[in-house]
Design a protein around this ligand. Structure first.
Ligand code: NAP
Length: 432
């Protein structure tokens, strides 16, 4: 029997498990370990709460988790409750699918002021992640600034801009729904250090901004390149740029929040008196190599809340080689060291869609199969169970999650599919 441990129960972890089952059929057992008592990682805590159709992929992962060859082992922190070295001694192969849940720092003066929040924390807050549910984002002011021109920036802008009834059908945390709807925000500025042709926003997500009941996106026509250039763009980007052009052409609506795209605008300092009050921005232009080049011209935008949506890093785990510049595990096509592998964002950094993790999972299982044509005879899950029992660690299983899931569905407000528990103790209380 071949024993595989996968650390992390998000998309990369589940696609890896799926590939392992397909490759070794009855000759494999897979343990999926997660630090939270509940599965699904990014699907539960990262995907926007008003994008329920994307979250539906969890049904596919559920089919994997309920396969008799697979176990979900939650509430076990690898690197604390059990070391990676112990796992590699116990399993034929260990695959780190831990994602990239840490925020990249802005790295500018004032970025540590209260009121400056990374997107992982902000998204975790509105998605009820236990690590961030206690965050109190300052929503009492009139101005929010979002840094970055990717899809996470769009998610954050949309959540800040929506009216209460536009959250119907979403599973936004109740605390976040109330705070966002009570906010006095009038202007949300999205800063892009480069231009409209360099955005990393996909067309469907960008288009949503144009259909909000109480907010209007604004683009300065002067920032848009001549329309003749659009024909040469990749089709998805061309469609996104088309949305920006229609935002620029739309007549202004009165009495709604503005979501203003500020292009060629790089943040260079945050000012405040014990709290963020303004962001200093430097005008840029596009260099010959496509990078943003500072022009020396600066201006100041009021900012009571600043959310940096500039990418993520994989947290380090003791004993695992790390690529500091890339913010992920040091690896060669998913191989870290004999018996130890990584996959998904922990392997390649935070890019691509959820589906990108599927070929990633297949590739890492192919690498394991090539490196280990035969199983090594290691004991696998039995030995891990003994270790956890000896350490008095209360791990959760998939049946426990199903109980938590049912309780979250039962306590949902009428317009929501669920109300997530925000603390681990509340989740564990349902598993005894
Ligand atoms: P991203 O797509 O890599 O975008 C990061 C943005 O931050 C870029 O515009 C980048 O600008 C900017 N940036 C980086 N460092 C900066 C700095 N120091 N100052 C100013 N701007 C800076 O990352 P993301 O938005 O976090 O998304 C991560 C992944 O998840 C992406 O693959 C995304 O598509 C995916 N995602 C998908 C969805 C969806 O499909 N609905 C939703 C959310 C996330 P430059 O381009 O100039 O570097």
């Amino acid at each position: 029997m071949r024993h595989i441990a996968i650390v992390g129960s998000g998309p990369a972890g589940f696609y890896t498990a799926e590939a392992a089952l397909k490759t070794w059929n009855e000759a494999v057992r897979v343990d999926i370990i997660d630090r939270l008592p509940v599965p699904y990682g990014l699907i539960r805590s990262g995907v926007a709460p008003d994008h329920q159709s994307i979250k539906a992929v969890a049904k596919r992962y559920e089919a994997v988790a309920t396969d008799p060859r697979v176990r979900f082992i939650g509430h076990v922190v690898v690197g604390r409750d059990v070391s990676v070295a112990t796992l590699t001694d116990t399993y034929d192969a260990v695959v780190l699918a831990t994602g990239a849940p840490d925020d990249r720092a802005l790295g500018i003066p004032g970025d540590d002021l209260p009121g400056v929040i990374g997107s992982s924390a902000f998204v975790g807050w509105y998605n009820a992640h236990p690590d961030f549910a206690g965050l109190v984002p300052p929503l009492g002011g009139r101005h929010a600034v979002i840094v970055g021109n990717g899809n996470v920036a769009l998610d954050v802008a949309r959540i800040l801009a929506k009216a209460r009834d536009e959250f119907d059908g979403s599973d936004i945390a109740g605390h976040a729904l109330d705070a966002v709807c009570a906010s006095g925000l009038a202007r949300i500025t999205i800063l892009g250090r480069r231009g409209p042709y360099q955005i990393a926003m996909t067309a469907k997500e960008l288009g949503e901004l144009g259909h909000l009941s109480s907010a209007q996106p604004h683009v300065d026509t002067a920032d848009l390149p001549p329309a003749e250039g659009d024909a040469a763009l990749e089709p998805g980007l061309r469609k996104s740029v088309g949305h920006l052009r229609s935002f620029a052409a739309a007549p202004p609506r009165d009495g709604v929040k503005s979501v203003t795209f500020d292009f060629f605008a790089a943040p260079c300092a945050i000012e405040g008196d014990g709290h963020a009050r303004a962001i200093v921005v430097e005008r840029t232009q596009l260099g010959a190599d496509g990078r943003a080049v500072a022009t020396g011209e600066t201006y100041r935008l009021p900012a009571d809340l600043i959310v940096a949506c500039i990418g993520y890093r994989t947290p380090q785990i003791a004993g695992v080689p790390y690529d500091e510049a890339g913010g992920r595990f040091a690896n060669e096509n998913g191989r870290i060291s004999p018996g130890l592998y990584c996959v998904g964002w922990a392997k390649r950094g935070p890019s691509g869609t959820i589906g990108t993790n599927r070929p990633d999972g297949q590739a890492v299982i192919a690498a394991i199969a090539a490196d280990q044509p035969e199983a090594t005879g290691k004991p696998g899950g039995v030995a891990l169970d003994a270790l956890l029992a000896a350490g008095n660690i209360h791990a959760t299983d998939f049946a426990h999650w199903q109980r938590i899931d049912a309780a979250e569905i039962a306590r949902a407000r009428t317009t929501a599919p669920r109300e997530k528990f925000t603390d681990v103790a509340a989740m564990l209380s349902l598993t005894c």
